[in-house]
Design a protein around this ligand. Sequence first.
Ligand code: ADP
Ligand code: MG
Length: 356
Amino acid sequence: MGEIVLRDVEKAFGEVSVLRDINLSIKDGEFVVFVGPSGCGKSTLLRMITGLETVTGGEILIDGEDVTHSKPSTRGLAMVFQSYALFPHISVRDNIAFGLKIAGLPKAEIEAKVAQASSILGLDALLDRKPRELSGGQQQRVAIGRAIVREPAAFLFDEPLSNLDAALRVQMRLELIRLHERLETTMVYVTHDQVEAMTMADRIVVLEGGDIQQFDTPIALYDRPVNKFVAGFIGSPKMNFMPASPGAGGSVQVKNGPSVTIPGVHPDRMTAEMTLGIRPEHIRYSHDTGDLNGRILVEEQLGSDAFLYVEVDGIGMVTVRAVGERSFHNRQTIHLTLPPEHCHVFNSADQRINQD
Ligand code: ADP
Ligand code: MG
């Protein structure tokens, strides 16, 4: 079992408040990712769950038991860090077995557990090597093996892939997803990388400035971000934002642009100053006609996609994602249209006001 509940958790270092009003309920077996910019409090939150950091206020429950002030070793959790923290002078086998030996388990039981973890992680051929004889990805696997043999209620990962090169990160990401499917154990995973969060999580906690901005599934965050921060943080290239105000007949008037009548956006929720948001793949584009006229400053052609960075008259830079498109090039004129059903509207407090 590995249900983790945080109630009104707070953290301050001296006078400085770094986390506030943290209320989270992580289900047994769930893969939850904490994502947010550097310094937003992700590691601190994870360390409070493990007990490596004290809690200033609120309570933490694991499987219903209050562990707020319990020692880390009694919480039944296993933590995997960015720095693998392996013992350099002993073999992979002994690194994986280390905690079990300290706990005094019988030799046969230790061997069986090491063999099982090794087979899950594909480490069989490496068991007699020393950590320095392994690649970064292999070392990370050993660190995970050391966690698996403890059969924890939950695995906690703090940016475990950030020391690896891009290709290896993608591979390890898939391995961790498959590991989670196989073990069905709760995993809480910290990253600043929204792509990792989107691809791995059952649910994502978006943190910013010490507050939870939104806790939901990847697709819910993408389709229905609660505010402008989440809208801009999730998705790559980023959502486009344009200043707007209430327009005639319940529409939204883009400054120096069209007025758009958006389903689910009602005048009673509008404020004098607003922001219209639209994702790059949702903008329609044409050689001949559209609501906005612009000039392509940069065309990033990836073959599968083309990202067009367009300087739009009176608005500024707008990013357009054009799947499979080959016919637009630098310095050409382009015409853009904003389909109403894909427009997000944020009020003056940056809260999304679409009702959907
Ligand atoms: P993240 O992991 O999201 O990058 P952290 O949880 O490491 O962020 O840090 C959150 C905030 O708390 C930062 O402003 C950081 O400077 C501060 N902080 C972290 N640890 C300490 C500490 N031991 N003493 C004082 N401030 C700290
Ligand atoms: Mg951190």
